[in-house]
Design a protein around this ligand. Structure first.
Ligand SMILES: [Zn+2]
Length: 277
């Protein structure tokens, strides 16, 4: 049977918040229904640089996306392009940077906000949001449950073999309120509670599910550098494959080849990190 996989990325959630505040995910680990590891991001631990590395499996020093102000269509093979070569159907519900990095740039608000392109060489079904106007007092983020529902809608309507979901809610909350506060505790609690009902549904529909972050955040809501709070986050895996001992720390560059390997698609020579499943 052809395997299918959904990658859920909650932007900017440090290791300590996953373990402490995501009770549903941790409950499934305790029950033996999920495996969880610590993963370390590439430097710089900046969002766009990490998105590019998550899907290409190469470092920012190689792909050249040095930060959020330098987003362009990448040249390297990536998860979407390799799945398409194998005839798989792909989808993304994400910030518009993902469309720019992996499909076309610059982002055209009308053309690229929503597209269904069966012949695309990368993303077949895209649903994007730009967060234009984002700032300290106005997050401009969609509700996470709307994003989860949109991904589920794409899976049902278009039979996705691979779907990416990316939410900026918690990264924005961390920049706004920092981490030792009731607002952040509650935001993580809500994110866990909104995500949880979808996981059994996606599993029942035949999907492996990976839940992780692009990078962490420190006590002042900052990231981009090389300290543990910036670079370390959790990765939860729901599926039949077996990973290494849960004490092992994974590297972000392992994610792209792991996804392709799990979906039975050849790993391009540019992705040099070993798969972890
Ligand atoms: Zn980020």
């Amino acid at each position: 049977m052809d395997r299918k996989l959904l990658l859920i990325i909650l932007d900017g959630v440090p290791w300590r918040n996953w373990r402490r505040l995501f009770g549903n995910l941790e409950g499934w680990v305790a029950a033996g229904e999920a495996q969880r590891w610590k993963m370390r991001s590439v430097p710089p631990s900046t969002s766009a640089s990490c998105y590019a590395s998550i899907h290409t499996g190469v470092t920012p020093q190689e792909h050249g996306c040095t930060g959020n102000g330098n987003v362009f269509r990448l040249r390297q093979p990536d998860v979407f392009s390799e799945l398409r070569k194998a005839g798989k159907v792909t989808g993304a519900v994400a910030h518009s940077f993902w469309s720019e990095l992996f499909n076309r740039s610059p982002f055209d608000y009308v053309r690229d906000i929503e597209y269904d392109e069966p012949d695309s060489a990368t993303i077949n079904h895209g649903r994007f949001h730009s967060m234009t106007g984002y700032g300290h007092a106005n997050q401009m983020t969609p509700s996470d449950v709307d994003l989860h529902a949109t991904l589920t809608n794409l899976c049902l309507k278009h039979g996705l073999d691979y779907g990416l979901l990316h939410s900026c809610t918690l990264d924005s909350m961390g920049h706004r309120f920092y981490h030792d506060c009731q607002e952040m505790d509650h935001a993580c609690f809500v994110a866990d509670e909104m995500l949880a009902p979808f996981i059994p549904k996606w599993r029942a529909a035949g999907y492996d599910v990976i839940v992780t972050a692009d990078h962490g955040q420190d006590a002042r809501g900052h990231h981009g550098g090389t300290c543990d709070l910036h670079q370390e986050f959790a990765l939860y895996y729901f599926g039949a494959a077996q990973g290494p001992d849960m004490d092992e720390t994974l590297h972000q560059l392992q994610l792209a080849p792991t996804i392709l390997n799990r979906l039975g698609v050849p790993i391009p020579a540019t992705m040099k990190a070993p798969p972890f499943l």
